[in-house]
Design a protein around this ligand. Sequence first.
Ligand SMILES: C[S@@+](CC[C@H](N)C(=O)[O-])C[C@H]1O[C@@H](n2cnc3c(N)ncnc32)[C@H](O)[C@@H]1O
Length: 196
Amino acid sequence: MPPIELIPDDYFRHFRREDIFPDTSRPLELDVGCGDGTFLIRMAQHSPERDFLGIERLGGRVNKIVRDARKARLNNVRVLCLESAYSLEWLLPAACASRLHLLFPDPWPKKKHAARRFMQPENLEALHRVLVPRGEFLFKTDHADYFAEATANADASPLFRRIEWLDADEFYPITDFEALWLSQGCRINSARWRRE
Ligand SMILES: C[S@@+](CC[C@H](N)C(=O)[O-])C[C@H]1O[C@@H](n2cnc3c(N)ncnc32)[C@H](O)[C@@H]1O
């Protein structure tokens, strides 16, 4: 089994598609800010014909994903311990991913911190960069203000076109944070766009 943690030889060199997974004909999905990786691992178990790359800045969470993926003997999961905007803007190859999941990103609820939210117009360009044409961007948050701001930005962008959320019978496991918010009775907001 190749190593599950993807450690760049050189953080200033662009990855090639084959640096992530050697068989570049298989669809690749990105889970940005993947946390403890429950969603990532379950998706990889459910779809052995696709490859999954998680991006997470906290080393402890990355280590847990490595342990879980090894235990489940998954060879279609890799995880990168790195800042997500840098990964999407610079490190990952353009047009490498068929789907990108941004699930419960840190909401930065205070007004003075709102500029730290991931869904800023410049990051939309980075999301667009890594998706293949007609690739999909899926977003979920429990935070109503963040959802309103993020959907307004993405809906106004010529880079993306909003499409319906997934059919109810399509496999899409809940994430660790989603389970937490659901247990507290929070409303979950979801949106999906196609890359233009
Ligand atoms: C609220 S948690 C959600 C985790 C997971 N997606 C879920 O739904 O359970 C947000 C995650 O994004 C990670 N994160 C936040 N900012 C990041 C950044 N700039 N680069 C990479 N990871 C980041 C955090 O460390 C955390 O694990």
